[in-house]
Design a protein around this ligand. Structure first.
Ligand code: CA
Ligand code: CA
Length: 204
């Protein structure tokens, strides 16, 4: 009796299933054994290669964060990874790249720091994680009067403004940047308001 192709394909087979290798692939050698009614046999092997084409996933990657210029830089957390095939994907990093300058510009004080972790599985599929720490000037300067809050004068008295100082959390002493609006006229009776205004260099 002749068997049909469909019937032959139902014959049992054996697999030599090699585990996942360092190169991230699994090879199955499938051997088909056919025996007809007269004990004539035939073996045919089939090589099945299974590859890993799915990237690993990082666990514990921190989110972007904004901090003030005098805040301490956050301590990088421990970042791990999982993978669909590789039980021990490699995590490298963090690699820190800072945009901070040292040339007297605003980016000396406000800048981004990018921390990059990379997970790599045995197949060399990779997944990056690159949160950004943004260092910003979040606090306005403080003005301190050098003289008293109130000055009483008689018409004709001599008067000179005693001024003020200004300090910023990022830029330090910015007294020189104070703009004074002084409408005092000692020859005209009245109440005058002297105004001091300063902006830190980022808000000019
Ligand atoms: Ca994978
Ligand atoms: Ca400031």
């Amino acid at each position: 009796m002749k068997r049909t192709i469909a019937q032959l394909s139902l014959m049992p087979y054996t697999d030599d299933d090699q585990p996942w290798r360092m190169c991230g692939q699994r090879i199955i050698t499938r051997t088909w054994s056919l025996v007809d009614d007269c004990s004539n046999s035939l073996e045919q092997t089939q090589i099945i290669t299974v590859i890993d084409d799915i990237d690993p996933e990082l666990v514990g990657c921190p989110a972007d964060v904004t901090i003030a210029c005098n805040d301490p830089m956050p301590v990088p957390p421990v970042v791990t990874a999982t993978d669909n095939c590789d039980m021990s994907p490699v995590v490298s990093g963090p690699v820190s790249v800072s945009g901070q300058t040292n040339d007297g510009s605003c980016s000396d004080y406000t800048y981004d720091v990018t921390l990059t972790w990379t997970a790599t599985d045995a197949r060399r599929n990779t997944a990056p994680c690159a949160p950004v720490v943004s260092v910003q000037d979040l606090i306005i300067p403080v003005i301190t009067l050098t003289g008293p809050d109130t000055v009483d004068l008689c018409v004709g008295d001599s008067y000179s403004d005693m001024g003020a100082t200004a300090d910023d959390d990022c830029f330090g002493d910015i007294t020189a940047d104070i703009i004074v609006d002084n409408p005092v006229d000692v020859n005209t009776p009245g109440t005058y308001m002297v105004t001091y205004n300063v902006s830190d260099p980022l808000r000019k």
